[in-house]
Design a protein around this ligand. Structure first.
Ligand code: NAD
Length: 491
């Protein structure tokens, strides 16, 4: 396990020598210590990234040259997949098969953006037809500059990949800050990039708190672009900081995503996807479908099946075979989710199952998967992100009512619909005010497809070609044809 900052191609302790604890959420044991970066460290990281961008030529490499580094990073991740997945479990708590999947996805993300980097060489410019024939014009894409990437703890390595891979592919250089509760695998990514020969300064990893290291990144005038995934309140701060010197900004924030199940749906399939939509990763998923709307005719049957299956979920340390629900990521997150359940009960909701620490688990941030019914529409439980394994379920009568309930939210990250009637499913999909819509499933996520939210769920899109655009500027180059005279002042 690494413990130092990675700045300008070198491993270094924090300027003031401070560290913070890494706690295994399954055991509550301190397993490691990591450098807590100061504003001074961040300044060094930004300066290194600036130099790599402005002087050392990272953006001047061809897309194909940058792609070689990205593919080598992908290979490096794959070569150590199981070991990195294990670190992710120790840091985050998620079951090993999920962590293993995340690590494979992270490698795939680097490969995908290697492909897009190569395509940049094939499409360097787009000719523009001008109405004025004396001029010719073209648009080209150029990297924005230094990207400051700040990521959360729910998919530690994958969120790093979602930002680092497209930024490097575009020709940007990066200062990345992982979440303080899950920094281990970001440091492994730095080690892999180093082994891949990535030039110094192109990728810098500063571990530490949001209020010190994160704040220093967003305030730094040497950073051209902020890319953030995390909570709404921090997203607002980041947008405000970006406004001060007009940094480019993309935000992927939270949600309270609906899942509408019509009465022609197969109950087994519906229950499977409802569970996957909220219990996967302990429900600590920005796109989790945490508000489930079920058509009246099948509501009772579906609910009793959902409760029965939910009670069967095997809870435990993510490193144990067969575990499907690990601990929440931290003491703080556990306390917040328990408080949200208590508030829901106080507001009149019924706990149909779960809602408490599972029996036999005295240590670890464990919580039973929880199904809430009778949740008042105006309560926080229905309206605010809980970010834990807690689903609210409610009956509806008509398609119109379901759409209205689904869209009645300040968020718009994701939504799901299940029906055997394809025409209806498409109609509802287009009625959702959300950036990601699943039909007959919930959560499958693909590197090739755009990811991001409407309304307060964020700005901009990650993944796919949209993710690359996040790190590119558009430049217009216009030429006056030879022999053309302007003759405005000088006739
Ligand atoms: P957070 O928004 O506080 O932290 C996310 C990242 O931002 C971390 O790296 C953190 O260090 C950094 N940060 C915090 N304050 C900062 C500042 N002033 N300047 C710059 N960076 C700063 O999220 P959290 O504390 O990890 O979780 C709180 C809640 O956020 C969760 O309960 C959940 O609702 C939500 N969340 C959403 C997502 C998502 O994917 N949308 C992911 C994680 C958490």
């Amino acid at each position: 396990m690494r413990s130092e900052l990675y700045i300008d191609g070198k491993w270094t302790p924090a300027a003031n020598g401070r560290t913070f604890d890494v706690v295994n959420p399954a055991t509550e044991e301190v397993v490691h210590q990591i450098a807590a970066a100061t504003a001074e460290d961040v300044d060094l990281a930004v300066k290194a990234a600036r130099r790599a961008f402005d002087k050392d030529g990272w953006p001047k490499l061809s897309g194909a040259q940058r792609a070689k580094y990205l593919r080598a990073i992908a290979e490096g991740i794959r070569a150590r997949q199981a070991e990195i997945a294990r670190l992710e479990v120790i840091d985050n708590g998620k079951p090993f098969p999920e962590a293993d999947w995340d690590v494979a996805d992270a490698a795939g993300c680097f490969d995908f953006y290697a492909g897009l980097a190569e395509q940049l060489d094939n499409n360097p410019e787009e000719p523009i037809a001008l109405a004025d024939a004396r001029f010719t014009s073209k648009a080209i894409k150029e990297p924005i500059g230094v990207a400051g990437a700040i990521i959360p703890w729910n998919y530690p390595l994958l969120m790093a990949a979602w930002k680092v891979a497209p930024a490097l592919a575009a020709g940007c250089t990066v200062v990345l800050k992982p979440a303080e509760v899950t920094s281990l695998t970001a440091l492994e990514l730095a080690a892999i990039a180093d082994e891949a020969g990535l030039p110094p300064g192109v990728l810098n990893i500063v571990t530490g708190s949001g209020s010190v290291a994160g704040q220093a990144i967003i305030d730094h005038r040497g950073v051209d672009k902020l890319a953030f995934t995390g909570s709404g309140p921090v997203g607002s701060k980041i947008m405000a900081a970006a406004a001060r010197d007009i940094k480019r900004v993309s935000l992927e924030l939270g949600g309270k995503s609906p899942f509408v199940v019509f009465d022609d749906a197969d109950i087994d399939e519906a229950v499977e996807w409802i569970m996957f939509g909220i219990f996967w990763n302990q429900g600590q998923v920005c796109s989790a479908t945490s508000r489930v709307l079920v058509q009246e005719r099948i509501y009772d049957r579906l609910l009793s099946r959902l409760v029965a299956e939910t009670q069967k979920i095997r809870i435990g340390d993510g490193l144990e075979d067969g575990v499907l629900l690990g601990p929440l990521v931290s003491k703080r997150q556990h306390e917040q989710v328990v408080a949200a359940i208590e508030a829901a009960k106080a507001a009149g909701a019924t706990v149909s199952c779960g809602g408490k620490r599972p029996e036999g688990f005295d240590k670890g941030y464990y919580l039973e998967p929880t199904v809430l019914t009778d949740v008042p529409l105006e309560s926080d439980a229905w309206r605010e992100e809980i970010f834990g394994p807690v689903v609210c379920i409610k009956p509806f009568a008509t398609e119109e009512e379901a759409i209205e309930l689904a869209n009645d939210s300040r968020f718009g990250l994701a939504a799901a619909v299940m029906s055997k009637d394809d025409v209806r499913a498409e109609r509802v999909a287009s009625a959702f005010r959300a950036g990601i819509v699943w039909i007959n499933c919930s959560q499958p996520t693909f590197t090739e497809a755009p990811w991001g939210g409407y309304k307060e769920s964020g700005i901009g899109r990650e993944l796919g070609r949209w993710g690359l655009e996040n790190y590119l500027e558009t430049k217009q180059i216009t030429r006056l044809a030879a022999g053309e005279k302007w003759a405005w002042y000088i006739k």
